[in-house]
Design a protein around this ligand. Structure first.
Ligand SMILES: NC(=O)c1ccc[n+]([C@@H]2O[C@H](COP(=O)([O-])OP(=O)(O)OC[C@H]3O[C@@H](n4cnc5c(N)ncnc54)[C@H](OP(=O)(O)O)[C@@H]3O)[C@@H](O)[C@H]2O)c1
Length: 251
């Protein structure tokens, strides 16, 4: 079996670990993004740039990972798709009609994101789906020429998805810019190797507001994942870029 790619989680959070304003709003929405950034002092952009350059220089990652929660709300239904008579066995095979230097891979096992932008000459959208993804959605991805990889049955198996990214695309490093749902699932599956958190001196608060790592709580008797602090940089206005390595990765 081939090796997993290195998984680097990179997020911006308030000091309470919240990575968004509330469960009901996504930062992709221009007004929510404006209000989120209204709490940012002037040093945030510089630290974000520094964190991104450090990861880029060290690993030259070819895949950025996102979750469907960045694009649609919790209760969004499957995207509307025309019926299609392509056989299931065809639709449930990986679809890689093109190669690009970089990939924007999105976990969307329920087929909920209604894509209108598919990438550019450098970067292609790629959807990570599973055997229970609605078949008309897979047919639509094919009609639109959007590559996808099938990993898992009832939902996307993240370990298998990472292995497929390595095998099919040669990915050696995947950078997750997701919210807490996907990052929490990666963490619980023991798939995270490195974490960069740019902590902005602001508080969001709120029960269930997305945080750095969400998902199911630790089972009773569970222990936290230990991190080794690699480096901490404090900006001129007190924003903190902290770089950690997971000690117990792949345990
Ligand atoms: N501040 C930041 O740096 C930052 C970055 C990104 C996003 N955000 C914000 O965070 C919010 C979104 O966060 P979120 O937690 O709702 O969404 P999310 O991180 O996208 O989490 C949901 C995703 O995780 C997948 N997932 C969850 N558990 C899984 C498991 N056990 N196995 C496989 N896949 C699993 C879901 O798959 P399915 O789709 O298949 O169900 C879905 O793709 C938005 O408001 C966004 O704007 C902030």
């Amino acid at each position: 079996m081939s090796e997993l790619p290195r998984v680097v989680v990179s997020v911006v959070a308030g000091v309470d670990g919240r990575v968004a304003l509330s469960r009901g709003e996504r930062l992709l929405d221009a007004d929510a993004d404006r209000r989120w950034r209204s709490g940012w002092p002037g040093d945030v952009e510089e630290l974000l740039e520094a964190a991104s350059s450090a990861v880029e220089e060290r690993y030259r990652p070819t895949v950025v990972l996102e979750g469907s929660g960045t694009f649609v709300g919790d209760d969004a239904p499957a995207a509307a798709c025309d019926e299609d008579d392509t056989p299931a066995e065809v639709l449930l095979a990986d679809y890689l009609p093109k190669r690009t230097p970089k990939w924007f891979a999105v976990v969307d096992g329920r087929g909920r994101v209604d894509w209108s932008f598919f990438g550019d000459a450098q970067t292609s959208l790629l959807v990570l789906v599973c055997e229970s993804t609605p078949l008309p959605y897979l047919a639509r991805l094919r009609r639109d020429g959007v590559p996808y990889l099938v990993a898992g049955q009832a939902r996307v198996d993240l370990r298998v998805a990472l292995l497929r990214l390595r095998e099919a695309l040669g990915a050696q490093c995947v950078v997750s810019h997701a919210g807490g749902g996907l990052n929490g699932a990666l963490l619980r599956a023991g798939l995270v190797d490195e974490v960069h958190v740019v902590t902005v001196p602001m508080l969001v608060g709120g029960l269930c507001t997305p945080s750095v790592a969400d998902g199911p709580p630790l089972p009773v008797g569970g222990t936290p994942v230990r991190l080794r602090t690699v480096d901490v940089t404090v900006g001129a206005q007190g924003t903190v870029w902290a770089h950690y390595e997971v000690i117990d990765a792949r345990g």
